[in-house]
Design a protein around this ligand. Structure first.
Ligand code: OAD
Length: 252
């Protein structure tokens, strides 16, 4: 059953589009039990001080604290399972000739749901590198429970998760792909982001200025839903499967 008109509108637009960009944020993983950053009581940044845990300064002050916090988050991600929202996006990728999935999430739940190409614009929590020479570091299972970060075998500096911290640059290759895709897509589908962390928060506007239709999926109203052409208010794990269901009969 097709429940609402905005979903039908969005499905029709998706059916006609050739190139879709999907931008996801922490909300898409919320129903998998991975806490988002900015929820009033449950958000990570309401309980932890971001500059202390996600910055060069914090890592220099107390590398063990930062390491243990990320290892705890890694365990949460590894214990989590993809939800119907992740799976619907993986299915959408198979239905469209050009689908670019850009995520701000450092988890791998999109990949585990079956998405074939995922651009991690804020890095990946299950990849590691030297904080100094940037050499990749294959983490051994026992190192996850260590109190302190491992030491780089090349330069003896500290190993860290390959995520983007406050004040650091985003990976230029991913930024390039994301911006080009936003400028050339017909639909920007945004799921589960508060839309307040720049520069990624610009992507929906970049797409809109270039003529794309912006669809936002979020239980809460955000700056993205305010500028979106279609706002599908609700949880990704509910709305995205409904969107797929509405899309299927309209496909050629
Ligand atoms: P936020 O925690 O800022 O926002 C999560 C959004 O998801 C909110 O707008 C929620 O309303 C929405 N949400 C909650 N449950 C949802 C659900 N079931 N389905 C859909 N949406 C839901 O997370 P991000 O916008 O991803 O950066 O945060 C952006 C960046 O801020 C993160 O990548 C991280 C953080 O600092 C870095 O670590 C560099």
């Amino acid at each position: 059953m097709i429940p609402t008109t905005p979903i039908r509108q969005a499905a029709q637009a998706l059916a006609q589009a050739h190139h879709i960009v999907c931008l996801t944020g922490a909300g898409v993983s919320a129903e998998s039990g991975v806490a988002p950053f900015r929820a009033a009581q449950t958000g990570l940044w309401s309980k932890f001080y971001p500059q202390r845990l996600a910055s060069q300064e914090g890592f220099a002050d107390d590398p063990g604290l930062v390491w243990r916090w990320y290892m705890e988050r890694l365990r949460t991600v590894e214990a989590a399972a993809p939800n119907p929202g992740h799976r619907a996006l993986a299915q959408l990728e198979t239905l469209k000739p050009a689908f670019t999935l850009v995520t701000q999430n450092v988890d791998n739940l999109h990949e585990r749901a079956g998405s074939r190409q995922v651009y991690h614009i804020h890095g990946r929590i299950n990849h590691f590198r030297c904080n100094y020479c940037r050499a990749e570091y294959p983490l051994q299972a026992h190192e996850q429970t260590q109190e302190q970060p491992p030491i780089c075998p090349h330069c003896s500096e500290l190993v860290r998760p390959d995520v983007v911290w406050f004040g650091e640059s985003l990976p230029v290759d991913v930024v390039d792909i994301a911006w080009r895709a936003a400028e050339s897509c017909e639909i920007m589908l945004v799921v589960g982001t508060s839309g307040v962390v720049y520069p990624v928060a610009q992507l929906p506007s970049v797409a809109k200025r270039a003529g794309a239709l912006v669809i936002d999926v979020n239980p809460q109203c955000t700056p993205v839903s305010e500028m979106a052409d279609i706002f599908l208010q609700g949880a990704g794990g509910v709305v995205l499967p409904q969107l797929l269901e509405a899309l299927s009969p309209t496909l050629p």
